[in-house]
Design a binder for this molecule. Structure first.
Ligand SMILES: Nc1nc2c(c(=O)[nH]1)N[C@H]1C(S)=C(S)[C@@H](COP(=O)(O)OP(=O)(O)OC[C@H]3O[C@@H](n4cnc5c(=O)[nH]c(N)nc54)[C@H](O)[C@@H]3O)O[C@H]1N2
Ligand SMILES: Nc1nc2c(c(=O)[nH]1)N[C@H]1C(S)=C(S)[C@@H](COP(=O)(O)OP(=O)(O)OC[C@H]3O[C@@H](n4cnc5c(=O)[nH]c(N)nc54)[C@H](O)[C@@H]3O)O[C@H]1N2
Ligand code: SF4
Ligand SMILES: [Mo]
Length: 763
């Protein structure tokens, strides 16, 4: 096929966002992706993909796609309505909620999935127009604890660290299975190369012998949920024997408090409680402590969705910092960002004055309402409960803990509006569903720009026109802001005029307009879209109106990361004031993605945002939790629920809830329950047979896979099953089995990897 037939875009199934090229069919197939290949021009993935990315036609042409706004009738069924009616009614209904209860009683959930964060950018304008104060999204059930720890250590929760797996001498995957879940570019290639290199060491800490563990040099298999003990033992060994004292003295405060907190730890006893061999832990401490070529640690859901979630993140980071593996090649680094992740203000400082949720008074962790408290913030009679929901690109009825209570909560709201491409589990409970154009039918991007020292941004152009009846989020939010009266022609007239005079004239006029009417600043993405947008063009003439929100973000990025942007070759001779414009133009002119910053390693320490420029090692509230481990034993087998269920494993046929058509899978058609041979024998289960999984919250029947990789007492179900395009489902929806109260005491993150369960044979 000739080169001109391929279109650059990206895979949207995980945060790696590999560059791909797609070829469309002809005639009746002109909207089909007849071929997909990795894009060699993408500067991050360089042609790499996994098997999932090659099946994206199932997303683009899913049978369940919406093609019209839908309104719920009194009997619960839906009727199609036209866009003008939908926008007018949604605005009017939100207006009534605001009159009765105030905008603070509307909760916004979502703002983007694995491939689409641009829509959430425009959504921030609608939030401002509605006076929404409370926001939540999937980060608040996985990463907020880690972000909060980053905030305490480095000054702000946006100070996120990333590993350097391409170079690391020692890489540790703790509760992370990158072979399946990726999380950094070209994961399988990088893992294979490291495993084959005798001078490098791959370590996995996972109760299960995962695909990554298969190729690791060292595999520690803790008791599910025992990680805090293993991590504490490791911190104590590291603090005692391998601490880079001079480096720590120079760059940190609080090292003495850490040493005091871990001094009394009985390493042998903690290893026993954690279910691992003491010799393995000592070997790991030595590997980390003596590495001269950098240590990178990737912590993920195996410890973030498990007991002591926030403490686990803290201990993991202490290991990195105490051994001086921060700001060095192969180690962990504070990367640049095009925009901060976490719509609810995760850039902010965290502290004692953190705001709280209205009903339960739970802290907003890095600005977000913890997902597990959402039902409690809606159900009941508290006068300040949330009365309405606006959901965009999220499927909380399926993805959040305790589907039963989530459904009840959504149904208890006075108004629920969902913006999605498909009639999801959440959309089926909504009053209005607004159909979005797919991620291949509009400009899109993600803010998963987590690389160091060369960080990549990919602004994707549309591959297709929007499916008739759908609209890009930029347009949906612009129309909502208009209908709500938040932006008017009068507001925008001077800016329209200035836009014709070029970017400099526009920037000056915008500044003046915002000073005069500060509310316009909060509506900025929509203001840019309406006024500057129509003038925005790529070098080849392609219309870039929908990329307008990126123009604003490019200005902020340029102000923060100027030298790194220039090192990436962007901005040539332009003055600092014009660097944002140059950055914006560079990203829209590179349809396969562009390196937007090049850092040097010392940059990492300069990015620490505490006023004294130091890393603050002591986090008193978590040191208390650490000390309390001395008197704690991980829960032993319980007669009623003797096994631990990992509810939501990443496998080759899972992609959150993005792929709804079960025929996209090549393996694991039923979403098997994986059980060790010993447990299969004990509970009378056979491979290919069926088992009932019973938890405190619910029960479900699954097909059994007897799997040597499972540790005795540990069983797993995959993530993202239990969906169906038309309501009939395949596999177990994991959150039918989870409970909202099973969560970390501090960050509120769920214990999805630690659901006490029992098994019974069926049939
Ligand atoms: N194929 C695929 N890839 C994905 C996704 C997807 O749906 N499918 N989703 C993406 C998203 S949103 C995310 S957040 C990432 C998540 O990526 P990961 O965190 O890597 O994914 P999981 O498989 O959920 O969990 C990782 C490992 O934790 C282990 N584990 C379970 N319990 C424990 C425990 O008590 N201790 C320890 N140490 N380990 C434990 C499991 O055995 C599993 O191998 O994946 C991303 N990538
Ligand atoms: N039990 C259990 N539950 C889990 C997990 C687990 O391991 N165990 N993992 C959790 C994790 S880490 C995550 S990140 C969450 C993910 O769960 P969610 O946050 O719900 O995200 P997705 O499943 O990715 O759903 C994204 C939604 O976006 C829609 N969508 C796709 N493209 C577009 C678009 O262009 N515009 C709009 N408006 N919508 C679009 C999709 O149809 C889908 O409904 O699940 C969590 N749930
Ligand atoms: S699923 Fe992730 S690793 Fe696989 S092709 Fe898509 S973005 Fe790349
Ligand atoms: Mo996630």
């Amino acid at each position: 096929m000739a080169d001109r037939d391929w279109k650059h875009t990206a895979c949207i199934l995980c945060a790696a966002n590999c560059g791909i090229e797609v070829a469309l069919g002809e005639a009746a197939d002109s909207r089909r992706f007849v071929r997909i290949r990795g894009d060699k021009h993408h500067p991050g993935s360089r042609g790499y993909t996994c098997e999932k990315g090659l099946r994206l036609d199932h997303y683009q042409n899913d049978v369940g796609r919406l093609t019209s706004p839908m309104r719920r009738r009194a009997d619960g069924s839906f009727e199609a309505i036209d866009w003008d009616t939908a926008i007018a009614e949604v605005a009017a209904r939100f207006g009534e909620i605001i009159d009765r209860h105030g905008g603070e009683r509307i909760l916004f959930y979502g703002g983007g999935g694995q491939g689409n964060h641009l829509g959430g950018g425009y959504g921030s304008a609608t939030r401002a127009a509605l006076g929404i104060r409370y926001v939540s999204n999937a980060l608040a059930q996985e990463k907020t604890g880690e972000f909060w720890v980053d905030g305490q250590l480095f000054g702000r929760s946006r100070c996120h660290t990333t590993g350097d797996y391409e170079r690391a001498q020692v890489m540790v995957f703790w509760g992370k299975n990158p072979w399946q879940s990726h999380g950094f570019p070209e994961a399988r290639r990088v893992l294979k190369a490291a495993a084959a290199d005798p001078s490098r060491t791959v370590v996995v800490v996972d109760p299960r012998r995962s695909e990554t563990a298969e190729l690791a040099d060292l595999h520690l298999r803790p008791r599910p949920g025992g990680d805090a003990f293993v991590l504490a033992a490791l911190v104590s060994l590291v603090a005692e024997r391998y601490c880079q004292r001079a480096w720590v003295e120079a760059h940190c405060t609080g090292a003495d408090e850490i040493r005091a907190a871990v001094a009394g730890i009985d390493v042998a006893e903690y290893c026993r409680r954690g279910g691992v061999d003491e010799t393995d832990v000592r070997r790991l401490a030595e590997l980390i402590g003596t590495a001269t070529g950098g240590v990178s640690i990737y912590e993920d859901l195996g410890i973030q969705m498990a007991p002591h979630s926030t403490l686990n993140s803290y201990l993991e980071k202490l290991i990195v910092v105490l051994t001086g593996n921060l700001g060095v090649p192969g180690g962990m680094n504070l990367h640049s960002r095009f925009a901060s992740l976490g719509g609810g203000g995760s850039g902010g400082r965290s502290g004692a004055d953190e705001p709280r949720t209205p009903v339960t008074g739970h802290r907003l962790v890095t600005g977000l309402v913890p997902c597990n408290v959402i039902p409690d913030e809606i159900l009941g009679e508290h006068p300040d409960r949330f009365r309405a929901l606006l959901v965009e690109s999220g499927n909380p009825a399926h993805s959040l803990a305790d589907s039963q209570r989530m459904r009840a909560a959504i149904e208890a709201t006075e108004l629920c509006v969902v913006i999605d491409v498909a009639m999801t589990e959440t959309a089926r409970l909504a009053d209005y569903v607004l159909p979005a154009a797919s991620q291949f039918e509009k400009w899109e991007c993600t803010f998963f720009n987590l690389e160091f020292p060369r960080n990549v941004f990919h602004a994707r152009r549309p591959v297709l026109d929007p499916l008739p009846g759908t609209l890009p989020e930029a347009e949906i939010h612009a129309r909502l802001c208009r209908a709500l009266g938040a932006v008017t022609d009068d507001d925008l007239a001077p800016l329209h005029h200035a836009a014709a005079g070029g970017p400099d004239a526009y920037a000056a006029a915008l500044f003046e307009a915002v000073v005069e009417r500060p509310q316009l600043g909060k509506l900025l993405p929509v203001v840019l879209y309406e006024t500057l947008g129509p003038t925005l063009r790529c070098a080849d003439g392609t219309d870039a109106q929908q990329a307008s929100a990126l123009w604003g973000l490019a200005q902020l990025c340029a102000a923060q990361f100027g030298p790194s942007i220039r090192r990436a070759g962007i901005g040539g001779g332009v003055a600092d004031e014009a660097l944002g414009q140059a950055l914006f133009q560079a990203i829209i002119d590179h349809p396969a993605g562009v390196v937007f910053t090049v850092d040097d390693y010392p940059e990492t320490l300069r990015r620490v945002e505490h006023d004294d420029g130091r890393i603050h090692l002591a986090i008193p509230v978590l040191l208390d939790e650490l000390r309390a481990l001395a008197g704690e034993h991980p829960p032993g087998p319980d007669d009623a629920f003797p096994v631990v269920l990992s509810a939501g494993e990443r496998r080759s046929g899972t992609a959150n809830t993005i792929m709804r058509d079960p025929s996209w899978r090549r393996t694991d058609p039923h979403g098997a329950l994986r059980v060790s041979p010993a447990d299969a024998a004990r509970y009378g289960l056979r491979d290919g047979g069926r088992a009932r999984v019973i938890t405190r919250r619910g029960s479900a029947v699954a097909v059994v896979e007897v799997n040597e990789a499972m540790r005795e007492g540990h069983v797993s179900l995959p993530n993202g099953y239990g969906l169906g395009p038309t309501g009939d489902t395949v596999g177990v929806a994991p959150n039918e089995l989870t409970a909202s109260e099973d969560r970390d005491w501090f960050a509120g993150t769920p214990f999805h990897k630690h659901v006490p369960a029992r098994l019974e044979p069926v049939g």
